[in-house]
Design a protein around this ligand. Structure first.
Ligand code: NAP
Length: 434
């Protein structure tokens, strides 16, 4: 049976491991690497902290991780600790499940001003990702602008708008809850370069904006296309647009202190600042022609004390692995990159789809490996990796270690919350010793 290394322990990685178990049963051998000492990738640090039911899918990955055939190898970074070439020499197949952890740059003047963040950083901050725990956004201003009309923009707008009581039962980290407690926001503008029929927001998530305690959505009726045109939309999008129509019917924001304003047909031109910090955003009014946003030449400025751009993500290139610069993902054909090297999830497909989309991806790539890869006697798999790790002095964190870290996080949780995450790698590693 092929010895498999999966790089990345998020949904894509664990679905691939699960598929290997289904394919080879007791003979499967899968090592799942992660550069963090904790597993689950985007489930832990991407899915919104108030969406615990989505995060519960990690129980399924745990069942895979607890088998003898699948091993979690945490705190090992592919590149500096072990190269891809070394992994490929040790394992019959290497599957990159590294996701798309970097923000697509906004690429407009002023995007380097203070209090302007990409969603990877901002979401990572409120979710306790060690890379972004120190972000310290200033939430004291009155105006936030969220760029993009996808589900990430919705997550960010909702998190910015919730009351402390609405975070009950969530695992939002303490530093974010503290900062949100002191927020001064009155208006959160969600900026879209196209119109209501082109949003990427799914109905369940969009509907949540209509049920917030202290914030009400606002849609300008004039932006909505003729209602008869909704019939042409696919059912999910039609439901989302129906939510927008309901929001447009709300009056006087129902007396709620925060307005979540949808600004359609508005393409960001540049960010304005004072003293190095953002104060506004200049946008150009657009018209949608053949599905594309076309500038009309009319511009206006929105005040902005905080800007979060939620316009998509890019994978991190790995030396020696073909990469599609434009799409920001590994160059692949149905998950195949090079003989013995594959990819799944956002690393191969780009940042689209739900968590569940990764399941067929994982199963598809394992089917290919079963058909294409001939196990070689010389591949040492986990024994070979352990020997290499010992020579390099790598401090590998195992799944058993993770369960101790997890127990420590559960023990530190505030009332009603499932966990208080460690936001620092050293603290995570220390927690495995109890
Ligand atoms: P997305 O769905 O692709 O949305 C990106 C948005 O950014 C689009 O509205 C896009 O507009 C806009 N955009 C891109 N470049 C822009 C630019 N230069 N200027 C202005 N706007 C720009 O991406 P996402 O929100 O990051 O979500 C990623 C994936 O994760 C999606 O599949 C999403 O459904 C999923 N997700 C799901 C959940 C959930 O189910 N609860 C939560 C979060 C994320 P155009 O359409 O005009 O390009």
């Amino acid at each position: 049976m092929p010895k498999i290394a999966v790089v990345g322990s998020g949904p894509a990685g664990y679905y691939a491991a699960e598929a290997a178990l289904k394919q080879w049963g007791d003979d499967a051998r899968v090592d799942v690497f992660d550069r963090l000492p904790v597993p689950y990738g985007l489930i832990r640090t991407g899915v919104a902290p108030d969406h615990q039911s989505i995060k519960a899918v990690s129980r399924r990955y745990e069942a895979t991780a607890l088998t003898d055939q699948v091993r979690f190898v945490g705190n090992v970074t592919i590149g500096p600790d072990v190269t891809i070439a070394e992994l490929m020499a040790l394992y019959d197949a290497v599957i990159l499940a590294t996701g798309a952890p970097n923000d697509r740059p906004l690429g407009i003047p002023g995007d380097d001003l203070g209090n302007v963040f990409g969603s990877a950083a901002f979401v990572g901050w409120y979710n306790g990702h060690p890379d972004f725990a120190a972000l310290a956004p200033d939430l004291s201003g009155r105006h936030a602008v969220v760029i993009g009309m996808g589900n990430v923009a919705l997550d960010v707008a909702r998190i910015l708008s919730k009351t402390e009581a609405e975070f009950a039962g969530s695992d939002i980290v303490a530093h974010a809850l503290d900062a949100l407690r002191g927020k001064g926001l009155e208006r959160v503008t969600i900026l879209g370069r196209r119109g209501p029929h082109q949003i990427m927001m799914t109905p369940k998530e969009l509907g949540e904006l209509g049920r917030l305690e202290a914030a009400a959505p606002m849609v300008d009726r004039a932006d909505l296309p003729d209602v008869a045109d909704d019939a042409l939309l696919e059912p999910g999008l039609r439901k989302s647009v129906t939510h927008l129509r309901d929001f447009a019917a709300l009056t006087a924001q129902e007396g709620k202190p925060i307005t979540i304003a949808f600004d359609f047909f508005a393409s960001p031109l540049r960010l304005l600042g004072e003293g190095g910090r953002v104060t506004g955003i200049e946008v150009e009014r657009t018209a949608v022609e053949a599905g594309r946003a076309v500038g009309t030449g009319e511009t206006y400025v929105l005040p902005a004390d905080l800007v979060v751009s939620c316009i998509g993500y890019r994978s991190s290139p790995i030396e020696g692995v073909p990469y599609e610069e434009r799409a920001g993902r590994f160059a692949n054909e149905g998950g195949f990159i090079l003989p013995g090297l594959y990819c799944v999830g956002w690393a191969g497909r780009g940042p689209s789809g739900t968590i569940g989309t990764n399941r067929p991806d994982g199963f598809g790539v394992i089917e290919r490996i079963a058909a294409e890869v001939k196990p070689e006697r010389g591949k040492q798999g986990r024994d070979g990796f352990d020997a290499l790790a010992a020579t390099r002095g790598l401090d590998v964190v195992t799944f058993r270690d993770w369960r101790k870290i997890e127990a420590a996080e559960a023990a530190a949780a505030r009332d009603g919350s499932p966990r208080e995450k460690f936001t620092d790698i050293a603290a995570m590693i220390a927690a495995r010793h109890g």
